[in-house]
Design a protein around this ligand. Structure first.
Ligand code: NFS
Ligand code: SF4
Length: 649
């Protein structure tokens, strides 16, 4: 990539394009130039047929050498590699969940300096959900019981996860019948490593079943526990306005970016930057506007959902943010923080600060936050960034203008409230709209960006097309940020794009047609919403019966594979915008993209262009509608007051 005409083949938004051009002109390496350098990627890796599980290998399967030295064939090798990916993703989400549970325990014991239970209602609600006594009990005692129960979800050796009980009865029975009810999360991940070590599990189907079992320990285990615990500690999200893209950075403020996933640190930073004393310190340092705190990746989503903190960008913008020359500190925790960050940062004045001992990066300053007094540590971090402001080189500063307004914060609670109103919070109006055909169905568009694809493009084209075709879109992760930057999380814009039926429903209940539901662990909120729809009635008795699909258009992370698997195991079809590394085994590939439907009622579909994906999604939704017998054409009619009452709107 040498010239500016190329940048719009790599990114979609003007801010990213401008910064990529700047990076090129300043000879800075980014993931985009490195993707070019990695262009001819290994065919064995892509087909999933490279095995380096033991040191007789690495073995790779070719027509001339159809078996590894131990005799493992392509099916075994591909399935083992796949299971390891699912386990990596599950481990990431779940360890994030574990850290929050340990924090909840500390809070309940009165030992967590600076943290508290922000949402007692969420605590009581969830405690009841898990059968914990709440009557006449101290908040902390209830919190401690819930934290202990959650810790059991990780360590349970013999009992299956309690969180699975939050799924519809029919689905749970199916999981039981198929033998995929996961035991403790940690046990599932350890077992994956055991099964895939040399000479253990060689039956591809058995390996894949454990991949689904492990993924359930993510979506109906670790990730769900993470979201619930975050809501209790930091508040359940409700609709909130904010802005997104690199234009949220300001020339007259100290700019601090928080990047990663676990919300514990970012929450406390939002408090630290608002402190008048710290504000004054920033102004004294010459930053007339004070401090701008903004987020990258899922940390961005967490603090956006709860505080309206602006979003600087999604995963492929992390380096581009530094290229603005206007970032004093990028504070990172875990996951999706590129190891290349310090390399690019050293050419500007940005300090990369890692904050947890499980995630260190060469070239970053390491300041451990968890063990000490977190509020004191957060203040130290902010002050450090302020001190760095004087090193900003005006000649290198170029902040793109573009930023888009957005509304986010759609937890299941918030959606219920929007649909039914304060006194009758309910999913009924959504079910009715689906039954009447005003809304064709629901699509969850989730996941990452991938430097091998034009960033945000698939997500944005697909979102627009689906909304046009009356599909309600739920989003999380970097896909939600893509929509935000594209202006599609601005309710007015989204409404203008929406088809007549969807628009009518959204206008009636005052809800946008594209709903930002949070970070990637919050994909469990999508399942929670789907479960509410099932419970509300009229659309079948299982997650597989409702007209809903999941889409991971530009995914790249192992976490996305785990998410895809628990959606499929939950009975929800998943469209992938780019392929798994499974093509080297016909059996594995055929099972994941077809055969698994017989087991769970859903499968993966590889569709590499957004318009074809839109067609496929409509086809899948219509198939579900046909099965439910609700696919009659309805006259479009505006609802009058009487109708609204009958529909409970
Ligand atoms: Ni999800 Fe969030 Fe983004 Fe992908 Fe990474 S930030 S956990 S993995 S890249 S969506
Ligand atoms: Fe080769 Fe088998 Fe060892 Fe894998 S486990 S590296 S296929 S010998």
């Amino acid at each position: 990539m040498e010239n500016t005409t190329d940048v719009f083949q790599r990114v979609s938004d003007a801010a990213s394009a401008e910064m990529l051009e700047k990076a090129i002109s300043e000879c800075q390496d980014t993931c985009f130039t490195r993707a070019d350098a990695q262009k001819n990627q290994c065919g064995f890796g892509k087909a999933g047929v490279c095995c380096r599980i033991c040191h007789m290998g690495p073995c790779r399967i070719t027509p001339k050498a159809p078996k590894g030295i131990c005799g493992a064939n392509a099916d075994t090798i591909v399935a083992r590699n796949y299971l390891r990916e699912v386990s990596g993703g599950t481990a990431a989400h779940s360890d994030h969940g574990r850290h929050l549970v340990l924090l909840l325990k500390k809070v309940a014991e009165g030992k967590a300096n600076g943290y508290e239970i922000k949402d007692e209602k969420a605590l009581f609600y969830n405690a009841k959900l898990y059968g914990i006594e709440t009557e006449d009990r101290e908040t902390n005692a209830i919190a401690l019981d819930l934290a202990s129960l959650f810790m059991e979800e990780f360590s349970s050796q013999e009992n299956s996860l309690k969180t699975l009980e939050l799924a519809p009865q029919k689905r749970r029975s199916l999981w039981e019948q198929k033998g995929v009810l996961p035991k403790g999360i940690d046990r599932m991940v350890v077992e994956s490593m055991h099964r895939t070590t040399m000479g253990v599990d060689h039956d591809y189907k058995n390996l894949l079943m454990h991949a689904f079992r492990t993924s359930l320990a993510d979506g109906w285990g670790g990730a769900r526990v993470a979201s619930i615990t975050s809501d209790i500690l930091f508040g359940t999200p409700a609709p909130v306005k904010s802005t997104a893209n690199l234009g949220v950075l300001r020339a007259d403020t100290v700019n601090i970016l928080i990047h990663g996933h676990e919300p514990a640190l970012s929450e406390i930073l939002t408090v630290a930057v608002a402190d008048p004393e710290i504000m004054a310190y920033a102004k004294d340092a010459g930053a007339a506007g004070g401090i701008t705190l903004a987020g990258i990746c899922c940390t961005a989503n967490e603090i956006l959902m709860r505080h309206g903190v602006p979003v600087a960008g999604n995963v492929l913008q992390q380096e581009l943010a530094i290229v603005t020359g206007a970032v004093e500190a990028m504070i990172i925790d875990v996951q999706c923080c590129m190891p290349g960050l310090p390399d690019i940062a050293k050419n500007y004045h940005t300090e990369i600060i890692s904050t947890t001992d499980i995630a260190k990066t060469i070239g970053a300053t390491h300041i451990e936050v968890g063990h000490t007094n977190p509020m004191a540590a957060a203040r130290e971090l902010v002050k450090r960034a302020i001190d760095n402001f004087k090193r900003r080189d005006a000649a290198k500063v170029q902040i793109p203008k573009s930023k888009e307004p957005l509304v986010a914060g759609f937890s299941v609670d918030a959606i219920k409230y929007m649909l039914g109103g304060k006194y009758r919070a309910s999913f009924r109006p959504l079910n009715d709209a689906i039954i009447q055909g005003r809304i064709l169905g629901v699509a969850g568009i989730v996941g990452c960006n991938n430097a091998k694809m034009k960033a945000d493009d698939y997500v944005n084209v697909l979102t627009e097309e689906l909304v046009k075709r009356n599909v309600l879109v739920l989003q999380t992760g970097c896909a939600a940020i893509a929509s935000a930057k594209g202006g599609r999380l601005k309710p007015e814009t989204a409404l203008e794009l929406a088809g007549a039926g969807l628009r009518e429903v959204c206008e009636t209940v005052g809800m946008p047609p594209v709903l930002h539901m949070g970070s990637c662990v919050d994909n469990c909120r999508v399942l929670e919403a789907a479960t509410e729809v099932v419970a509300e009635g009229g659309l079948g008795d299982d997650l597989a019966s409702i007209p809903a699909v999941g889409v991971a258009p530009e995914w790249m992370s192992e976490k996305a594979i785990a998410i895809g698997c628990y959606f499929v195991a939950s009975g929800i079809d998943v469209i992938l915008g780019n392929p798994f590394y499974t093509s080297g085994s016909e059996n594995v590939n055929a099972y994941l993209h077809g055969g698994v439907k017989e087991d769970f009622g859903a499968c993966f579909h590889l569709i590499e262009t957004p318009m074809e994906a839109a067609d496929k999604i409509v086809e899948l939704l219509n198939a579900k509608r046909d099965k439910l017998g609700i696919n009659k054409k309805v006259e479009r009619k505006l609802l009058d007051m009487k109708d609204r009452r009958t529909h409970g709107m």
